[in-house]
Design a protein around this ligand. Sequence first.
Ligand code: PLP
Length: 380
Amino acid sequence: MMPLFNQRYQQALIDRQQQGLYRQLQCQETTSTTVNFASNDYLGLAQEPAIIAAWQQGLAKYGAGSGASPLVTGFKVPHANLEQQLTEWLGYKRALLFNSGFSANQAVLFTLLQAQDHLFQDKLNHASLIEAGMLSPAKMTRFAHNDMSALQRQFSKIKPTANTASLVVTEGVFSMDGDCAPLASLREMTMQHKSWLMVDDAHGCGVLGEAGQGSCHLAGITADILIITFGKAFGIQGAAVLCSDETAEYLIQFARHYIYSTAMPPAQAVALSCACSLIQTQAWRREKLQALSDSLEHQLDKCIGLIATTTPIKPIIIGDSGQTMAIAAQLEQRGIKVGAIRPPTVAPNSARLRITLTANHNDADVHQLAMALNEVVDVR
Ligand SMILES: *Cc1c(COP(=O)(O)O)cnc(C)c1O
């Protein structure tokens, strides 16, 4: 008899295929002539020679790996330096490094929340946040995207006791829509209800704000907990939690994702420090993104339905998954790679092209993109 697991897999895979939602890995050639409008490398730092050189110098000095979790012996001088640099840049007492944004989000929500607590999340928050919230002991409610009156209604339904803490979690910039959270209003409402505000600024950090400090700085607020990730604008990998002294100490004692996971390679921390300096000093990368963004919006036919955003993320909602895949394939034939995003990553019937600009694109790339979109996208 076939083991039960196999039967389940087979059925699930058949269902996926029939729904037009089957996903396939595609190995990307670095030599490919296709112009990539599907990466999160917004500032074009993933191939930056200064960062590659910093990583190499870090390797020569500190070796390939950290050798242990942070509390054992994995925490080295480059980690401490990077944390210090992040706290000064972003205006927090402490920064704690994680190997990924996914694990940082899980660590924070699992560690902070208890059964009597209330967790409020924007409906469109990243899968890592929603999953962590579901697995946490707290009561989680999701509020309609960026809808302050929906959040207010949910606050008014809870009966706080002396023992109840509440936490509101939002993204700074929403990854699949490119729009921004109403952070000033969220800060005001959370203060009113003595709730904490946590902002996952994976897509805002490096991109928004004068020196790239991100969404909160741009909105003039300070979140109680700020999550930044290094796989997007930093062009590398990893994450940090920015918080108070007490929160950092609490996480170090109790966050299992921190305690029981090997520290990132020290050489990577050296590379991240270099990226952090470039983000702060090379404002031209943000200015170029803005210019490319204006140019794209200007060259596109209006009927295409590109959603204008203040970030490098430009969605075109198509709706049907099959049609979205077909359009992405047509663009690929024209030398253009865009993200084709289907449910369950986005809501049912909201499959979309997700176009992202980077500081490495030039005017000709954006022109090629605009002409191809004008030709193949027919939303109406
Ligand atoms: C990418 C992303 C994460 C996960 O970060 P990784 O470092 O890639 O694991 C978390 N939150 C948001 C909003 C993201 O976009």
